[in-house]
Design a protein around this ligand. Structure first.
Ligand code: ZN
Length: 266
């Protein structure tokens, strides 16, 4: 049976898809991925993401500055981002965050860009897409302040911690603040066995699935480009670990994605 799922984090604007972007979307739909959120990493890619969302019914956009691209982000760039975020099919601000593993931008620049974008999301009443790599120590208090100073109306959720790779206690802290936890194909890498207990501990109403394509392909496609059509593999793997059927997990994660990103209303 074909699953019905949402890829909550793809980078379809990237040059990796220049030759066959529409075929990639068609393959996704054929595989059961019936909605895709394509995520910007800077102004240009956010612009491309919104254009793609406008041109394809099943594609939605998130707009933001990735921590790798935080150096040089100015207040005026945030104003430009706000303009983009006003477009009809923009469902979140991000991806934003902290990456103290690669440190491609200075830490102060990463922190500044993150704070600006959190403020923007608050002003626009949009959820946030958070990238956090070896930076939970700084991220946790920042998001705790942000979520406690800002309650979204009607109990709407705060956002998602994307590509989660931490331990159970860290996951619990994000969950307590109202965040969802998104997982991708990397859960099947030999280096990810520590994630088994985290995956089992997550409440069913807080899990999302994502590809982060073109990056992080499933283990059997390592070394190749990732794409949304591979997401059912991740759903099956997650379902196996959580001891539920893939159909049940697909239903849960789809409901969660629709709720977090307000996909029904867009
Ligand atoms: Zn990403």
């Amino acid at each position: 049976m074909k699953l019905s799922i949402v890829d909550t984090h793809a980078h379809l604007d990237m040059p990796h898809f220049n030759k066959d972007r529409m075929e990639v979307i068609t393959r996704a739909l054929d595989s059961g991925v019936n909605k895709i959120i394509t995520v910007g990493i800077d102004l240009e890619s956010s612009q491309k993401a919104t254009k793609l969302a406008e041109s394809h019914q099943r594609v939605f956009a998130a707009v933001g500055f990735h921590p790798h691209d935080a150096a040089g982000v100015k207040a005026t760039d945030i104003a430009d981002l706000a303009d983009l975020a006003g477009q009809r099919k923009v469902v979140a601000i991000g991806e934003m965050g902290l990456d103290f593993y690669r440190n491609r931008s200075p830490r102060e620049a990463q922190l500044q860009a993150l704070k600006w974008q959190l403020e923007l999301a608050m002003n626009l009443d949009l959820p946030v897409v958070i990238h956090c790599r070896q930076a939970d120590k700084d991220m946790l208090p920042l998001l705790r302040d942000w979520t406690s100073s800002h309650k979204r109306p009607d109990g709407k959720p705060a956002g998602v911690i994307h590509c989660f790779n931490g331990d159970t206690d860290t996951a619990k802290q994000y969950l307590n603040m109202g965040f969802f936890i998104a997982l991708g194909a990397y859960i099947g890498y030999p280096t990810s066995f520590h994630l088994g207990s985290v995956i089992k501990s997550l409440p069913a109403d807080r899990i999302l699935v994502e590809t982060d394509c073109p990056f992080l392909p499933p283990q059997i496609h390592r070394g190749k480009r990732n794409e949304p059509a591979y997401l059912p593999l991740t759903v099956k793997l997650l379902a196996e670990i959580r001891k539920v059927s893939p159909e049940v997990l697909a239903g849960e994660t789809t409901r969660n994605a629709v709720k977090l990103f307000g996909l029904d209303a867009k």
